[in-house]
Design a protein around this ligand. Structure first.
Ligand SMILES: NC(=O)c1ccc[n+]([C@@H]2O[C@H](COP(=O)([O-])OP(=O)(O)OC[C@H]3O[C@@H](n4cnc5c(N)ncnc54)[C@H](OP(=O)(O)O)[C@@H]3O)[C@@H](O)[C@H]2O)c1
Length: 516
């Protein structure tokens, strides 16, 4: 039987017989930053694919808001081009597009100007009348974080945020980065929660929209064989790699401010740690799942002295080298990067989770740019067998590998007997591949997350206390590493797996990174 993605359960007049309870209500979605890169490359293509799969509510409108002036039809034409270029399904279906585009509007103006919000208000009233969007609003902040505060203030002043319980919902999706340290994340949370109720806030981390990340929960809690061995008795260590071949792709200004700890660890990698390490939630709902994730974050040892950081964290910065056969410049030669920049582009760290389940099981995480390949995976390394029975070569410890991207799937490595008269073990692999089992056509992360936000399901979005707990861990490391006294990042050649010090971090524990 062909695989039908979960979205297919959504009802639509075109597809009778589908389940009604998960249908998103009619809604007007406002994209602040409608002229920006994210809207072009991700948001509008994701909405189009939801329309193509008949997952959007029948009454739906999208209103782009940003400074660049466009007429409504001009904006719709530009979005049509973006979809043609970036959609995962192509060519664009003209009928579906025409239907979708009939709900596209645009409001030009600065967010600093109250008049922009007065015009947005009129536009929203217009789509309530013409598209029957029933005063339901989804505001998407696809803008630089520096303007989040002004957006919140203007929305509040214009009376565009209605408390939960009133007719017509208001929801706000906030892009990352959410703050740049614990203090700024707390300040932003205070501001957000002075405008909205937590139930209306959707802090996005697009990693959680990935099927493979969600599948960690099904693997752990939808099977009976893994959970009994998912603990310190059986697991030796856990290894998480989130590597990229790419450099900073012309985003020097952003990256100089962020660095790898803010860009990858505070959000994506810590989310992977949480999914791997959390206790089974009491129910599969937003708060139960997020409660368990927060417990993991709170149990991670905080490194706040230079000695603790030096013992557990290695930072690196790429120098010129060669990636996939092409010569690439070093980080300091990239556009908009300071000549003597200390911004790390690589990190390897040993995280210790002080809990009953994980005490003594290190979680080694590493992430970097200009590594030999793009690969995100989690490897659960099980303990060695207590006694080797076979003379002809030792058995290897079992490893369960969850490939988040690419070649999404799960592999279990175990020892098998090499055919022949003697007992010679060799490591073999049992491999599940998404593409082979379920076929192509997996929805993009933004499709899943937009649909969840439209439905009001917060499970895959970060709660205020969660984001603060995550910043506490990374913020304390940053405080140490960003001080002038701390040594600069170790240089590594582009196209290698980071500095030698990253290998030494594991070698000191008698372990080594997996070769990917
Ligand atoms: N791009 C991605 O792939 C990506 C991936 C993950 C997360 N994000 C996050 O998504 C957010 C947006 O990123 P982006 O790459 O789309 O940025 P971008 O291309 O620089 O777009 C920024 C948008 O905000 C608008 N804007 C900024 N200040 C404004 C103001 N005062 N008044 C009116 N409009 C204003 C800009 O309008 P005008 O240009 O018309 O002035 C533009 O539409 C950021 O938080 C980023 O971290 C982006």
């Amino acid at each position: 039987m062909p695989y039908a993605p979960e979205h297919d359960e959504i009802p639509n007049p075109l597809r009778p017989g589908l389940r009604a309870e998960s249908a998103p209500e009619p809604c007007a979605m406002v994209i602040f930053g409608g002229s920006g890169d994210l809207a072009h490359r991700k948001l509008v293509p994701a909405l189009y694919n939801l329309a193509l799969g008949a997952h959007l509510p029948a009454a739906f409108a999208v209103i782009g808001v940003s400074k660049t002036p466009y007429a409504h039809d001009e904006y719709a034409r530009e979005m049509r081009e973006a979809v043609g270029k970036y959609s995962r399904t192509r060519p664009v279906d003209p009928e579906v597009w025409q239907d979708f585009a009939s709900g596209i509007r645009y409001v030009a103006g600065s967010f600093d100007d109250a008049d922009t919000f007065a015009r947005l208000r009129s536009q929203l009233e217009e789509v309530d009348r013409s598209r029957a969007t029933r005063r339901n609003r989804l505001y998407y902040f696809a803008t630089p974080p520096s303007v989040f505060p002004v957006l919140l203030r203007q929305l509040k002043d214009a009376g565009l945020v209605r408390p939960p319980g009133e007719s017509g919902f208001t929801r706000v999706v906030i892009e990352k980065p959410f703050g740049r340290d614990l203090a700024s994340a707390r300040a932003l949370n205070r501001l957000v929660l002075s405008t909205c109720d937590e139930r209306q806030v959707f802090r996005i981390d697009h990693y959680l929209g990935k099927e493979t990340v969600q599948n960690i929960l099904v693997l752990r809690f939808g099977n009976s064989i893994f959970e009994p061995i998912w603990n310190r008795r059986y697991v030796d260590h856990v290894e998480i790699t989130a590597g990229e071949e790419l450099g900073i792709e012309g985003r020097g200004r952003y990256y100089e401010e962020a660095g790898v700890l803010r860009d990858m660890i505070q959000n994506h990698v810590q989310q992977l740690v949480c999914f791997c390490a959390m206790e089974p939630p009491v129910a599969f709902d937003a708060d139960a799942v997020r409660d368990e994730k927060i417990k993991v974050l709170r149990a991670i040892e905080v490194f706040d002295t230079p000695e603790q950081v030096a013992r557990n964290v290695v930072l690196g910065q790429y120098m010129a080298g060669s990636v996939a056969g092409a010569d690439v410049p070093g980080y300091q030669q990239e556009k908009d990067v300071a000549q003597r920049s200390r911004t790390p582009t690589f990190v390897a760290a040993r995280l210790n989770i002080r809990s009953w389940r994980w005490d003594g099981v290190p979680f080694y995480v590493r992430s970097g740019k200009r590594l030999p390949k793009r690969a995100t995976e989690i490897a659960i390394h099980f303990r060695r067998i207590p006694h080797q029975l076979f003379d002809e070569g030792a058995t290897q410890p079992n490893v369960l590998i969850i490939r988040v991207q690419p070649q999404e799937g799960i592999a279990l490595r175990f020892s098998a007997k090499v055919p022949g008269e003697r007992y010679r073990p060799r490591i073999v692999s049992m491999d599940f591949r998404y593409g082979t089992t379920f076929g192509a056509g997996t929805p993009e992360a933004y499709e899943r997350l937009l649909l969840d936000a439209l439905r009001g399901d917060q499970t895959l979005f970060t709660r205020a206390d969660e984001v603060e707990a995550a910043w506490k861990i990374v913020g304390s490391i940053l405080k140490v590493t960003e001080s002038a006294e701390f040594p600069p990042p170790h240089p590594y050649t582009a196209g290698t797996w980071g500095p030698v010090a990253a290998d030494e971090l594991l070698a000191r524990d008698g372990r080594a990174w997996r070769r990917l």
